[in-house]
Design a protein around this ligand. Structure first.
Ligand code: TRP
Length: 331
């Protein structure tokens, strides 16, 4: 890892297998960043606990997500994969950053307000502190670039405020991390809402080709169209949005769109093409995915390697923070 490369840190909560929206929106970007940046990819397992805890599922969800990451090209030899809960400095730095952050500021974070509304329980202090822990994740490694989706921008803004406040109060320690917004639009799911695990509308990297075909054949299309001979709408039609993302032959696709608009093609034909395109796009990735998933030792080794490297870095940052804040470790 060359020292003059800018540092990137990003991550996901391990909520289970990744879907094709994660792949084209996020994972492909992460894999490409490995060419130009020093990358840290965080498995944010502590963050999962802010909204639910299912001890029986957590390890399996980590395994599913990690197999997808590696299959998508995240390379544990070139990048640092960190298991958040295995590096206690994440929690320690979050505690200290909590001292620099008012509860009123945290109550104004939009994701907190949304979650507090959606949850059927009273939100925990852990949920309120979610973005403080995220700031610790980023600043612990002094990352300068954070690739995230738009919904995460308020969290990045808080991380920047915390970095500034720390630097002003205790002396220069942290860079102000910059967000890197994905240029890929969010993919629609089979029901034309945004693809999302909790909506039950996702096509997963681990799905078999048959499952994928079944999901595609059940997709929402153009509701204004009753017969194949009716003129169809391409814009806002999720089948075509996914074809744009996965079909390799632009000319063929644009001819198909013309025929669809003119009422010359049925939805079944378009969906069959989409199922074939998605399945052939994913075929090599699915093979790798299966191999990783069936090799828990290799997965564990990838995480251990990254987490060990991260831990020594994390200890160094925490020692610096202790020192600047006037704390001393004795004994
Ligand atoms: N909050 C992020 C999400 O839900 C996950 C995350 C945790 C993260 N720590 C991070 C992302 C640090 C970027 C940087 O997607």
């Amino acid at each position: 890892m060359s020292p003059d490369r800018k540092r990137v840190l990003t991550g996901h909560r391990p909520t289970g297998p990744r879907h094709i929206g994660h792949l084209v929106g996020t994972l492909e970007t992460w894999a490409a960043l490995q060419e130009t940046h020093a990358c840290f990819f965080l498995i944010a397992d502590l963050h999962v606990l802010t909204t639910d805890y299912h001890p029986a599922h957590l390890q399996e969800n980590i395994r599913q997500m990690l197999a997808d990451w590696l299959a998508a090209g995240i390379d544990p030899e070139r990048s640092t994969i960190i298991l958040q809960s295995a590096v206690p400095e994440h929690a320690q730095l979050a505690l200290l950053f909590g001292m620099l952050t008012t509860t009123a500021r945290l109550e104004r974070v939009p994701t907190y307000k949304e979650q507090a509304r959606e949850l059927n329980l009273q939100p925990s202090a852990g949920l309120l502190n979610y973005p403080v822990l995220q700031a610790a994740d980023i600043l612990l490694y002094k990352a300068e670039v954070v690739p995230v989706g738009e919904d995460q921008l308020p969290h990045l803004e808080l991380a920047r405020e915390i970095a500034r406040r720390f630097n002003q109060t205790f002396g220069e320690a942290f860079p102000e991390p910059e967000p890197l917004l994905s240029s890929a639009p969010r993919l629609p799911g089979t029901d034309n809402r945004t693809m999302h695990t909790s909506y039950g509308n996702a096509i997963y990297l681990r799905d078999t080709p048959d499952e994928t075909t079944r999901k595609v054949m059940s997709m929402y299309t153009d509701p204004t169209r009753l017969r194949a001979t009716d003129p169809g709408h391409v814009e806002g039609n999720p089948v075509f949005t996914l074809l744009d993302a996965f079909h390799p032959d632009r000319d063929e696709l644009s001819a198909l769109k013309d025929r669809y608009r003119a009422g010359g093609v049925g939805d079944v034909e378009v969906k069959q093409l989409l199922a074939r395109s998605v399945n052939s796009y994913l075929a090599p990735l699915r093979q790798r995915r299966e191999r990783y998933y069936e090799d828990p030792k290799a997965l564990a080794a990838a995480v251990r390697r990254g987490t060990d490297a991260a831990a020594s870095e994390a200890r160094r940052t925490l020692a610096e923070v202790y020192d600047k804040m006037g704390l001393r470790r004795t004994g």
